[in-house]
Design a protein around this ligand. Structure first.
Ligand SMILES: Nc1ncnc2c1ncn2[C@@H]1O[C@H](COP(=O)(O)OP(=O)(O)O)[C@@H](O)[C@H]1O
Ligand SMILES: [Mg+2]
Length: 272
């Protein structure tokens, strides 16, 4: 069965897109077939995946889900040509990352009036492709509008990304409160929510203090493995390349952190 996971944070710049791409890279490397739904109007995930620009974008599809068949509009990312580094996909289909691309028209949807009519639109689009992917990752915008609500309504799990900083602690509290409010105000339940610490530097007292503070505040909700901060990530993203395929050994700790994070989301076959 497909796992559907939203990557969220009501704060921008914390690493939602980076975590989405890191998980997608880990999944392809392990032989999984992944669909990334880019719901941020900036389209950073679409860019980072070298996504083709034909096919209807998510803004058009979410506005009129009955007029589209998602399977006809999504495209394989440029990463897919690299194949897998591991086991075959559980679906029996070729491993790789596919994209439902973003567009600026998502902005209008995000800001549209609250209406229950929109809420199930993404779930409705995803339903027919659930057997075609092992994992569906939804990269959310940093706002709590209609797009994030549609993403949460379609997801079994929400990952809230945080940096080890004072502002991010407050941002995580806001995100967790928003998830609780969403669950009590709608008929949808987010199966589980967790917090991913990103951009964590080793031997940095402020980062250690803030990470500890997050663990005290949120307990087991904070994922055990933090994602390290490394300037190399920006170079890798600048080349629209997956972390797990980067030739320099320096990328290994980053790749390992994303693989560990992925293992908490889907059951991975053990390499033989
Ligand atoms: N672990 C990391 N190490 C180094 N740079 C990072 C890391 N995570 C994110 N970044 C950088 O921080 C910036 C914001 O990250 P991004 O994933 O775009 O955040 P968001 O999607 O939440 O706005 C980008 O330039 C990205 O390359
Ligand atoms: Mg982003």
């Amino acid at each position: 069965m497909t796992s559907i996971v939203s990557i969220s944070s009501l704060k921008g710049g914390v690493g939602k897109t980076s975590v989405t791409l890191g998980l997608a890279s880990a999944a392809q490397a392990c032989g999984l077939r992944v669909l990334v739904i880019d719901l941020d109007p900036h389209g950073d995930a679409s860019t980072g995946l070298g996504s083709p620009t034909d096919g209807a974008d998510m803004g058009a599809m979410l506005s009129a889900p009955d007029n589209y068949w998602l399977k006809d509009e999504i495209r394989p990312s440029s990463w897919t040509a690299l194949g897998s580094l591991g086991q075959a996909s559980r679906t029996g289909l070729e491993a790789g990352v596919w994209v439902g691309r973003a567009s600026a028209r998502l902005t209008a949807l995000e800001r549209s009036e609250p209406t229950d009519i929109l809420l199930p639109h993404l779930a409705r689009l995803l339903e027919p492709v659930s057997d075609d992917f092992d994992l569906i990752l939804i990269d959310c915008p940093p706002t709590l509008g209609r797009l994030t609500e549609m993403a949460w309504a379609a997801s079994e799990r929400v990952l809230s990304v945080a940096e080890p900083s004072l502002f991010s602690v407050a941002g995580s509290e806001r995100t967790m409160r928003a998830i609780a409010r969403f669950e009590s105000n709608t008929e949808y339940a987010v199966g589980s929510a967790s917090i991913i610490m990103n951009k964590v530097r080793d031997n940095d007292p402020e980062h250690e203090y803030r990470t500890e503070e997050m663990r005290v505040l949120f307990g087991d909700l904070v994922a055990e493995i933090p994602i390290p901060e490394t300037p190399l990530l920006q170079r890798i993203q600048g080349s629209a390349y997956p972390v797990h395929y980067w030739p320099e050994a320096e990328a290994q700790p980053l790749a390992d952190a994303f693989t560990a994070l992925l293992a908490g989301l889907v059951e991975l076959e053990k390499a033989k």
